[in-house]
Design a protein around this ligand. Structure first.
Ligand code: DC
Length: 228
């Protein structure tokens, strides 16, 4: 039995596997907070783009970070992310920012700073969090770990639908798929805390599953251990 105060759920996987949709719904069902760690890398990537700093230049990005006030707030249980006092939650979902986030996430100076914040948030309350390295590096002792995947074409379709929903009519399915595959390669091949399934994570292939079915898989696994 896992006590309530240790209810930490790690969800990892490649882009477009459904992590954030699923994590948000599981959080609602369990009445706990959901931390989207990708948003943190995106916010750093966005600031670098805005300042014209190379997203792979570790020293310059490190300097920029020192002068950056990155703030995560939960308003009505929903995460908002602020950079230097400005709410950038809606500005970080573009294809350019996705790539910039992947670039800066390969830099140890960025990962160390953001992982520290993620661990602090997880130490304060029950939490579900999604990312690439939650089960392997951020919280290796998390009692619940899931690794979500789906076929590349299904993931590209979902990403495109997401972008269309945000008003992006320009991106094509092919461009989205190529961007996504490049990003997954970069996220999997980086030296420091790469995208990888933790040995003790449950693998869930969501290609043929509905959102509700995936949520049910996670919830039953969690409740199983909560009550037994
Ligand atoms: O989940 P996302 O697409 O919003 O993440 C954007 C990028 O941030 C992703 O390409 C890799 C990086 N990332 C990471 O390295 N580690 C995390 N825990 C979350 C995201």
């Amino acid at each position: 039995m896992v006590p309530e105060e240790q209810l930490i759920i790690a969800v990892d996987g490649p882009a477009g596997a459904g992590k954030s949709t699923i994590a948000r719904l599981v959080a609602k069902k369990l009445n706990i907070l959901y931390l989207d760690t990708g948003a943190m890398y995106r916010a750093v990537g966005l600031k670098a783009l805005r300042e014209g700093i190379s997203t792979s230049h570790e020293a310059q990005i490190g300097d920029m970070l020192k002068k950056t006030d990155l703030d995560i707030r939960f308003i009505d249980q929903e995460q908002r992310i602020f950079i230097d006092g400005q709410d950038v939650t809606n500005d970080i979902r573009t294809p350019d920012v996705s790539m910039a986030a992947s670039d800066v996430s390969a830099l140890p100076v960025v990962r160390k700073a953001l992982v520290k914040i993620q661990r602090e948030i997880a130490a304060r309350q029950p939490l579900i969090l999604d990312g690439r390295d939650i089960g392997t590096y951020v919280l290796p002792d998390a009692p619940f770990k899931f690794f979500l995947t789906a076929s590349a074409s299904e993931r590209a379709k979902r990403r495109l639908a997401d972008l269309r929903g945000r008003g992006d009519q320009a991106s094509s399915l092919e461009a989205v798929r190529m961007d996504m595959e490049r990003r997954d390669r970069q996220d999997s091949e980086r030296a420091f805390a790469p995208l990888r399934q933790a040995e003790d994570a449950m693998l869930v292939d969501t290609t043929q599953l509905t959102i509700d079915e995936v949520v049910d898989v996670l919830i039953s696994k969690i409740l199983d251990r909560q009550v037994s």
